[in-house]
Ligand binder design. Structure first.
Ligand SMILES: *Cc1c(COP(=O)(O)O)cnc(C)c1O
Length: 389
């Protein structure tokens, strides 16, 4: 992790007192730095921190508690369940649930003071009705579909939703938003078209001479980095908060550094004779005598099987190839004729002196995107939190 830091918690210990040798370490100082960098770059717009999918694998509750200490004005999640978990953990920051909602979920949203996404006239009236029945005011953000075709009222018929929202006495329309499909691309034509459509929708308020909702927001990480005209009142910082860029092409206009590293330890050492295959399916075999070590991590932790015979790890500051198929719980590393010992640290994602393996590397080996690498590291892997000294 470069600089020395100190741990904030003990890694999860099982009932028999054993610490798992495979763990994710999250450097909260990096989250702080990334957040401050984004905040400065988009000011005066506010920064919503997006904590869906277990905070992109970093740990929902711990990251929420940390960003709360930074004074974040808003938290974004995908699902109701994530919002409830945050409230149950004592998080009082406003929380927007960005996903689609079902009618029977509305009372739970209201009970937990979660901000709802109203993505159609029908959903809006269901929210207003439920709020009336409960005697509360629902906090809502209107969702406009400007080209993603996921959720939201289409930009060309958005007036009906904006109009309806003016006559919902039990709803407080705090925000209005849209989501980009291609804001992290090199070519921003599509994002600019979506932005233009969103601006068109907002002109509804000017035409009526009424103020628009106080929180207009459109920007995900891609637009935070390369579309300043899309920052409006607030941006929604997801992957960039964790120090990872949303794509290889995106302009890296804000410097951020990854907060997450993933490490394990050598649990077995052996010499493999020539012409002996390694792992399931015998997809790799030696043609000369080599030393192979076994590491206790596998696809059952989210270390993708599609990285078989492609991934590399760092041991003692040097990169080595993973050989044979990734098993559910173990992988094998060819260290040729170098030395490695039981309990040596193995870096799956992270830095060691000059050597570094980034989640972008794993994404390439697994033929996916960094988002999927991060969100797939599952709960079998303990999370350790540290801060720089
Ligand atoms: C996930 C999500 C974001 C964050 O996206 P990043 O690319 O990770 O910044 C923002 N807005 C919505 C609606 C999302 O679903």
């Amino acid at each position: 992790m470069g600089k020395m830091g100190h741990m904030l918690n003990e890694p999860t210990i099982s009932s028999n007192g054993v610490v798992r040798p495979t763990a994710v370490t999250v450097n909260l100082s990096r989250i702080t730095e990334n957040y401050r960098g984004i905040e400065t770059a988009v000011s005066p717009a506010k920064v919503m921190t997006v904590l869906k999918a277990n905070a992109y694998g970093h740990g929902l509750i711990d990251i929420a508690k940390h960003v709360t200490t930074l004074g974040v004005p808003y938290i974004g999640v995908a699902f109701l369940e994530e919002g409830i978990l945050l409230r149950e953990a004592g998080i009082e920051t406003p929380i927007l649930v960005m996903g689609g909602i079902l009618g029977n979920q509305i009372p739970l949203f209201l009970q937990h003071n979660l901000t709802l996404t109203a993505s159609s006239v029908d959903k809006l009236s269901q929210i207003d009705k439920a709020a009336a029945e409960m005697g509360v005011t629902a906090k809502i953000h209107l969702k406009i579909d400007t080209g993603m075709e996921r959720i939201g009222v289409h930009y060309y018929s958005a007036d009906t939703l904006l109009e309806a929202a003016l006559t919902c006495p039990h709803c407080h329309v705090e925000g209005i938003y849209t989501h980009f499909a291609n804001a992290d691309a090199a070519d921003l034509t599509s994002a600019r078209l979506q932005l233009e459509r969103f601006n068109q929708v907002l002109s509804f308020y000017e035409k009526r001479g009424i103020p628009r909702p106080p929180l207009c927001h459109t920007a995900n990480s891609g637009a935070i980095l390369q579309l300043p005209e899309a920052h409006f009142d607030m941006v929604r910082a997801g992957i960039v908060l964790y120090g990872v860029y949303p794509s290889a092409e995106v302009r890296q206009t804000i410097p951020v550094r990854p907060a997450l590293s993933w490490t394990s330890h050598v649990v077995y050492f052996k010499v493999v004779k020539p012409d002996h295959p390694v792992s399931y399916g015998s997809t790799w075999q030696t043609d000369h005598m080599v030393r192979v070590v076994t590491v206790p991590v596998g696809y059952g932790d989210g270390y993708f099987r599609s990285m078989s015979n492609r991934a590399e790890v760092i041991i003692r500051g040097k990169r080595y190839p993973m050989v044979g198929r990734v098993c559910m719980d173990q992988i094998m590393i060819n260290i040729e004729w170098d030395s490695a010992y039981n309990d040596d640290k193995v870096i799956l994602i992270g830095e060691s002196g000059e050597a570094a393996i980034r989640c972008e590397d794993l994404a390439e080996w697994a033929n996916t995107i960094p988002y999927e690498i991060l969100t797939n590291i599952n709960t079998r892997v303990p999370r350790i939190y540290m801060i720089d000294d």
